[in-house]
Design a protein around this ligand. Structure first.
Ligand code: ATP
Ligand code: MG
Length: 554
């Protein structure tokens, strides 16, 4: 019997709700505000909301929370849909809070009719000062005693565009002495003469988040409305509206938002990075956005696995980005085809190999996957190898090339280093070696044991490519928590460009969807900046987590 995974608190609640017959099936929603691109924190919420309805009987809506017309754009709507699909989820319905503006307006009218809402034409400062403080109860503003008829007339006039922005608001009439400031007659409608990306100029009054979210949940019969911890103090208000309006009783549940080390996670901060050109765009491979992670080479599987491992908590915490990278390596190690690429090239000349000969080596595609097969790779007397695989004066435990030393060229021959040449400045320009014809991989009769194996690319066949290597975008573990501006903690060396790396020839046909392992160098993916004559690859992640060690050295 496999061990049962422990249920998280939401799964416990849902199982109990289904067992007691409170619901026959469950409904959740993912409610992004279309004011930016989704990030890995949203992925957490997406995996949670869709994951629950996959696990239990139910469905999940995608609902754009588009009640604030000034920050929302269709570009964001499109990117959000693309990202959710890419993560592997399918929504039952695509809804917009703005589709409910008529119904939400009627609900506001209903509250006015019940004497539970009033138009307040006090100034924002007056409203704030009359609200009191957590320890001092609020006082009524003059508008609070307006008659129902007068409130209805004014609200109608607000809607009709008779007043400028900020002239008046509609407030719920609840309890000015409540210890919860959200219950002290919260504003539920404001005037905003702003074009809306969907409703155009139909409306000049818009409901506040608290007067749109719960109502939208209720309209859609959402059973479990899951949000992050900062909404806990809003819950009494969420429940109050539902109760007063007698609408479908959706319930709000809160979990801790995902925070990740060495990055920032709020759309507002990410927007600053984009606008101030610290990064090339929302999909810069260093960004924690879904589109950035995708361009970097992350797989949906690895992100889902990460979200699953992180689980859900009820207390704020920060997750080490190494866990995300671990999940990525776990997945890529299984699926990534292996290729040879030389990032810092130096020439290796095989002095005894016929200069006009081209041999084809069959190189295995993935030792982790027996079905992955092999591919032909041309071999000649001139090879590119990594500069770091040769040492003029070898250190003690050096198993790679050095004068007199032997090494195996991956899936080819054993070679013995015979010498090297230098330019005037003293830089090594070429390494010379002889190969052992009887040592060919798979048919080796040399009887030699070799400790080191290095990769190579045939010089006349090599494909040139630009390679982009990435480091953490921030030097600080938690830049948002640092004093001062979070941007002061940006790592200015987070992008390193290798203009000319050499790849085995098959990479000319590299597929944009495939993540490759460049053996010994990490995982790489073709970037959208590539053109037919100029391939560009992003390093997705290194093979090992070298960063923790490096950080200790600093
Ligand atoms: P941000 O603070 O990054 O701007 P937001 O909460 O304003 O995010 P929304 O578009 O309102 O972004 O979020 C859509 C959903 O995603 C909400 O239910 C929200 O609670 C959830 N969400 C946002 N950020 C995180 C996070 N870091 N971890 C988990 N869930 C998140
Ligand atoms: Mg928000």
């Amino acid at each position: 019997m496999s061990e049962e995974k422990r249920l998280n608190f939401l799964e416990e609640i849902i199982e109990s709700d289904l067992e007691t017959g409170k619901y026959d099936s469950i409904q959740t929603r993912f409610p992004p505000e279309p004011n930016g691109y989704l990030h890995i924190g949203h992925a957490k919420s997406i995996c949670l909301n869709f994951g629950l309805t996959q696990r239990y009987k139910g469905s999940t809506n995608l609902r754009f929370d588009d009640t604030n017309p000034s920050t929302e754009e269709t570009e964001y709507v499109d990117s959000i849909k693309e990202d959710i699909r890419w993560l592997g989820f399918t929504w039952a319905n695509e809804f917009y809070a703005s589709d409910y503006f008529d119904r939400i307006y009627s609900m506001a009218v209903e509250l006015i009719e019940k004497g539970l809402a009033f138009v307040d034409d006090s100034t924002p400062d007056e409203i704030a000062s009359f609200k009191g403080t957590p320890t001092v109860p609020g006082k009524p503003t003059p508008g609070r005693s307006r008659s129902v008829a007068e409130n209805l007339r004014l609200f109608e006039a607000m809607k009709a565009g008779k007043y400028p922005d900020g002239a008046m608001v509609l407030r719920a009439k609840i309890d000015l002495a409540s210890p919860n400031m959200h219950m002290r007659d919260p504003i539920i409608y404001r005037i905003k003469h702003t074009h809306h990306h969907r409703t155009g100029d139909k409306w000049c009054i818009y409901p506040m988040y608290d007067f749109a979210h719960g109502q939208s949940d209720s309209i859609e019969h959402i059973t479990h409305s899951i949000c992050t911890l900062e909404f806990i103090p809003h819950r009494p208000l969420y429940d109050w509206f539902i109760e007063q309006l007698g609408i479908f009783p959706s319930h709000q549940y809160e979990f801790a938002r995902l925070n990740l080390t060495y990055t920032v996670m709020s759309k507002r901060k990410l927007l600053q990075l984009v606008n101030e050109q610290y990064v090339s765009g929302w999909d810069d491979p260093r960004m924690p956005t879904i589109s950035g992670l995708r361009r970097r080479g992350y797989t949906p599987e690895s992100i889902r696995d990460f979200c699953e491992r992180v689980g859900i908590q009820k207390r704020e915490n920060i997750i080490d980005v190494s866990l995300l990278e671990f999940c990525l390596r776990e997945h890529l190690n299984k699926v990534a085809p292996r290729r040879m690429a030389v990032l810092d090239p130096i020439k290796l000349i095989l002095t005894n190999y016929p200069a006009d000969q081209v041999e084809t080596m069959e190189v295995e595609n993935n030792p982790e996957d027996p079905n992955a097969g092999t591919r032909p790779v041309p071999f000649t007397y001139q090879l590119w190898i990594e500069r770091e695989d040769f040492m003029e004066i070898p250190s003690k435990k050096w198993f790679r090339l050095a004068p007199g030393a032997i090494v195996r060229l991956k899936n080819a021959f054993i070679v013995r280093c015979e010498g090297f040449s230098k330019d005037e400045a003293g830089n090594i320009t070429e390494v010379h070696a002889t190969y052992l014809p009887e040592s060919r991989s798979g048919k080796d009769t040399s009887g030699l044991t070799v400790k080191g194996t290095i990769h190579w690319v045939s010089v006349p066949h090599a494909i040139k490519a630009e390679i982009r290597l990435y480091d953490r975008l921030f030097r600080s573990e938690n830049p948002a928590a640092e004093e001062g501006d979070f941007k002061d903690h940006i790592n200015l060396n987070s992008l390193q460009i290798i203009p000319e790396a050499y790849l085995e020839p098959g990479m000319a046909l590299a597929d944009a969807q495939t993540r490759y392992q460049f053996i010994r160098k990490g995982y790489f993916i073709l970037d959208k900046d590539s053109t037919p004559g100029q391939l560009v690859f992003n390093q997705t992640v290194t093979l090992k987590d070298t960063w923790a060690k490096e950080a200790k050295k600093i």
